[in-house]
Design a protein around this ligand. Sequence first.
Ligand SMILES: O=C(O)CCC(=O)C(=O)O
Ligand SMILES: [Fe+2]
Length: 395
Amino acid sequence: MAAAEHPRLLLPQFLSPDLCKELEFIHRSCGTVGYRPNVFSTTLSHLIATNCAHLILPFLSTRERLKEKVEEFFGCEFELFIEFTGLISWCKGAYIGWHSDDNRPYLKQRDFAAVCYLNSHGKDFRGGIFHFKEGEPSSLVPVAGDVVIYTADNRNIHSVDEVIDGERLTLTLWFSRDSAHDEDAKLIALLSQILLSQEDDECNSNLPLPASDNMYWFPHGESGFDIRCARLQILGFSFYSSNDGKYNISNTSHDPLELLVKPLQIGRGNEIFEKEFINSLHALQVVQFYYWKAPELATERRETGTAMGSAQHSLIEKSSNLELVLPCNNELAETVLGRISYDDANLSFDWSDFALAVIRWEDYICRLCGDLSILMPHWLAQRTVFFVNPAELKK
Ligand SMILES: O=C(O)CCC(=O)C(=O)O
Ligand SMILES: [Fe+2]
């Protein structure tokens, strides 16, 4: 069958390995339960709504590069709007049968799809192979950095095999010709609200604020798990009460999940890290940042022969009454989220590297917040969220 009957485009290695890791860090720190069983997602509006507007910056240049590619390939320059941008992960048991992406009355506005693979089949997950019903290529094995673009109509009916193990992560975008579905307009509206509410509250402006608990709850029969607990737990950490048990479960008459929005500490093995985090999402973001940077931190330590973070932290010996007892089925969490692989599978956890990661995370967030404050007035004036190097604007 001729290619024109099934218009699609493959862009191998369109995203750099480090960008794939950065987006993975964002998803694992900020993601919520998704729209289908065993699927998790992080949308740009969710990032803005949870006080992490600065974390939309790493998406922007790829978003624009993809829109240009789609317009050029399908010959519709300057006609398209981005309808949706999101990180979507599929865990054990997730799959989708034959469908086109515009196959519901409320999805008719979708004209094109771009799926960017952020991790790789075989290494990070098993199953999850993509198939087109007709035309070539008939199957795609996800490889981190690769992108597939296709029309959202029935010329590109496709399916994804069930994920057997691990977490399959993509950055997925849909494009529309209909300006009523312009994602930027929604983002600008949200950003303007946030800007207004932040005027009186400067100091906490770059720490994550959790959404409602149900957005993090993965239900399973009578039990389930909170994704914030699960993500920490599968890496070997637990949450601990700070303030000598002031917030511990026995002192709370409310829902134990409320402890996740209060100050807390984290621990591992017999040790609790002394730093207090403002809430579970703050702690989770720093832990995920550590895992993004861990290979580079370990190399630095080996090369310089010193643990640079060692001067900057102290550990408290664990006392069991401080561990937060939360309603999380850990066994289920491990089954659903699977084993996590890192670049260097032999990398062992190191608290002094972690302490250094805390400092590097603060620098990273400060840089993004600085960039955001330069870009935001331009976005609000032009009613679109665009990428430009902030240094260019300062000139
Ligand atoms: O993740 C993929 O490879 C495609 C997912 C898909 O078909 C969809 O979300 O509609
Ligand atoms: Fe699809």
